[in-house]
Ligand binder design. Structure first.
Ligand code: IVH
Length: 665
């Protein structure tokens, strides 16, 4: 196909895809199946690959792109992003109405009532219909440039239906059921849970890698239009206009209301009463004066406009007895104190447990077993203990004692540690049953001990049947018993044995990383191995010696000290040594790449990054991740990104994957 023809087809594909996006994400009325949609997208991507010069940033194929950022740039807001004053009851709404009327010299305003989405405010700039920048609110005057992250949100148009230059503002949020799924997955991975949908949205937008953001089900509602050219004179019409341009808005707005009584009823009955029926978290309503001319006359205080106010829904609180305080061990060893309560109905569900956060919170609030406590839950939020119900303090009996935080892990009964400067207690025992499965998965992973043939289900079975209780048990597994496991015939048991035997020689750096002390990544483990050359020497090292190592700050040093101080961990290292594992770093290899420093950027076709790194090290070379004058070879793979540009500026030698393959041949 010639380029002219391709150009035409690309343009029509883009238009069609955008139209289906709008049908799907805005109107919730798709016209074609997912499969047909994917076909259109595949065709577009194929054409764009053939004619890369025709790719433009507003192409629907370009939602996720670029390398992870180091940090966000700062963006100024021409019109400040303000916050809203809060009200909590109808009296305060009446007072707001009185202030507005006074400000307007007795003129009667019309009000529009919107939902107050509980997410993150963002600003989006478009030039001639194309998205050019998206940012957070920040301090209201300047925020972070999070364009790359926002582009991944499917309900955000990269191109408007008209070539307008404008700014819109709105809320990025996550649906309640999506939060549940994210939390389920985070729990499985041993990551801390998001306490509410807003934290989940905020946490997602703060990620530096748009590739990960794209996997979060973020959504967007627009509630503000800023434009010099679009002729609308009130909020109601502005929203309608914004919707026509391709943005998602809340469609069930009522027509503007002219009486504060109606406004109040609408807020309380129609919105607060229906709070649980919204798929997303709504923490209140926003009441706005509809007319822009009136808005301008009312103006703003330094913090918030005088023409709008938020009516906050009630956070539900109830009292119940706290029977016992127990500890929960997360899969990373973080300990959370939990209040075991006499069951109570609150915010549409029955609650019998609530979080007490950490030891400091319990002490500060003097929460004791046997107290009646106030618990709070708002919508999709994890219930929490707010305080001891005051009258109950006076009724404490002679047995009531301040809560003493246990010193032992409820799962393995090993000693708990509280790292300096942190509020969370942790169990650092690598064989602790509550954490062991997850630690084992990490131990056998490809970039750790690289043990093949141990999928998640097999590992679960091995742990469940108590065939593996600590890492060293892997090395004495009985081949006959192994072969009897489901999905494990004789042949794969044989392969597994071989893989285990091979892993014994991997040496200190991989083993240290596999053991999983906190804050010790692959690169740090490598630096530590280079410096100490044996795990036993590292285990004896003092803090001063640790911080001498590249990549090791006080936090990593502390983590290593407490890790090796743990008696159970010492025992496992002994056992691994007895099983024949090498605890030493291999002698520095002398080879044809000795003294040469490599940096990889972009994707390689033949190797993963860790594999390519291994190749370099096996020939005596070193791999780094930061561009500097010390780098001898920058290997630029597919889509090399900013590092390659920086390397070019520094005049470094940039080679292709093919040239790299020649070097390591
Ligand atoms: S209007 C100057 N409308 O509430 C007022 N805000 O405390 C600008 N919010 O930062 C905001 N839903 O994150 C407006 N329908 C809505 C909203 C809304 C949620 C958030 C927004 C803002 C905060 C104000």
């Amino acid at each position: 196909m010639d380029e002219e023809k391709a150009k035409k087809e690309i343009a029509s594909l883009r238009e069609e895809i955008e139209r289906h996006n709008k049908r799907y994400y805005l109107d919730a009325a798709p016209e074609i199946s997912d499969r047909d949609y994917d076909r259109l997208m595949d065709r577009l991507i194929a054409l764009e690959q053939e004619y890369p010069e025709l790719i433009t940033p507003d192409s629907p194929s370009q939602r996720v792109g670029g390398e992870p950022l180091k940090k966000f740039a700062s963006v100024g807001h021409k019109v400040p992003m303000m916050s809203l004053d809060n009200t909590y009851n109808s009296d305060e709404l009446i007072k707001f109405d009185e202030r507005v009327k006074k400000g307007l010299g007795g003129e009667a305003p019309e009000y529009i009532v919107e939902l107050k989405y509980d997410g993150v405010a963002v600003a989006l700039k478009y030039e001639q219909g194309v998205l050019i920048q998206g940012s957070t609110r920040g301090d209201g005057k300047k925020g972070d440039d999070i364009t790359a992250n926002l582009r991944t949100i499917k309900s955000l148009p990269l191109r408007l239906t008209r070539e307008e230059t404008l700014e819109v503002r709105g809320e990025v949020y996550i649906d309640k059921k999506d939060l549940e799924e994210i939390n389920l997955e985070r729990d499985q991975n041993g990551e801390p849970l998001f306490a509410n949908p807003r934290n989940a949205a905020a946490g997602s937008l703060k990620l530096l890698d748009p590739g990960i953001v794209a996997k979060r089900p973020l959504k967007l509602y627009i509630y503000t239009l800023i434009s010099d050219t679009i002729m609308v004179d009130n909020q109601y019409d502005a929203l309608g206009h914004v919707n026509k341009l391709g943005f998602r808005i809340q469609l069930e707005y009522p027509k503007p209301l002219d009486d504060i009584g109606q406004v109040t009823t609408y807020c309380r009955k129609d919105l607060e009463g229906a709070r649980d029926t919204f798929p997303f978290e709504v923490d209140g309503a926003v009441v706005k004066v509809n007319s822009f001319a009136q808005q301008e006359r009312l103006g703003a205080t330094s913090k918030s406009p005088r023409w709008a106010i938020s009516y906050k829904f009630e956070v539900q609180q109830v009292q119940t007895r706290l029977e016992k305080i127990t500890l929960q061990v997360g899969r990373t060893g973080a300990i959370t104190p939990v209040a075991e309560l006499v069951s109570q109905d609150i915010a549409g569900s029955t609650v019998s447990r609530a979080t007490l956060h950490n030891a400091d919170e319990i002490a500060r609030k003097d929460i004791r077993e046997g107290d009646v406590v106030t618990i709070e839950k708002a919508g999709a939020v994890i219930p929490k203990v707010v305080e001891v119900f005051e009258p109950s303090k006076k009724q404490r009996d002679a047995n009531s004692r301040p809560f003493i935080f246990p010193e032992k892990c409820p799962s393995c009964h090993g000693a708990l540690t509280r790292p300096e400067g942190e509020v969370v207690h942790r169990c650092l025992n690598i064989s602790c049953p509550a954490q062991f499965l997850r630690r084992l998965q990490h131990f056998v992973a490809r970039d750790a001990m690289d043990i093949e043939g141990l999928g998640p289900q097999t590992l679960e079975l091995l742990v469940e049947q108590r065939m593996v209780n600590d890492f060293s048990d892997l090395y004495s597994l009985d081949p006959l018993k192994l072969a009897e496991l489901p999905r494990m015939g004789e042949k794969s048991a044989e392969n597994l044995k071989e893989s285990l035997a091979r892993s014994k020689g991997h040496g200190m750096s991989r083993l240290l990383f596999a053991l999983g002390p906190r804050h010790v990544g692959r690169q740090t483990a490598e630096s530590l191995a280079e410096h100490f050359s044996s795990l036993e020497k590292l285990a004896r090292a003092a803090e001063e010696e640790l911080v001498e190592v590249n990549d090791v700050g006080p936090e990593v040093a502390q983590s290593l000290l407490s890790f090796f101080a743990h008696a159970d961990n010492q025992l496992i290292i002994e056992r691994l040594k007895a099983a024949g594992l090498s605890l030493n770093a291999p002698q520095r290899v002398v080879g044809k790449l000795s003294g040469k420093v490599f940096l990889f950027t972009g994707g390689l076709a033949d190797y993963s990054r860790p594999q390519a790194g291994e190749k370099v090290r096996a020939l005596g070379g070193r791999v780094v991740s930061a561009v500097s004058a010390k780098v001898d070879f920058v290997v630029a793979g597919e889509d090399p990104g900013s590092k390659a540009k920086k390397a070019e500026k520094l005049g470094l030698k940039i080679i292709s994957e093919a040239e790299f393959l020649q070097l390591i041949k």
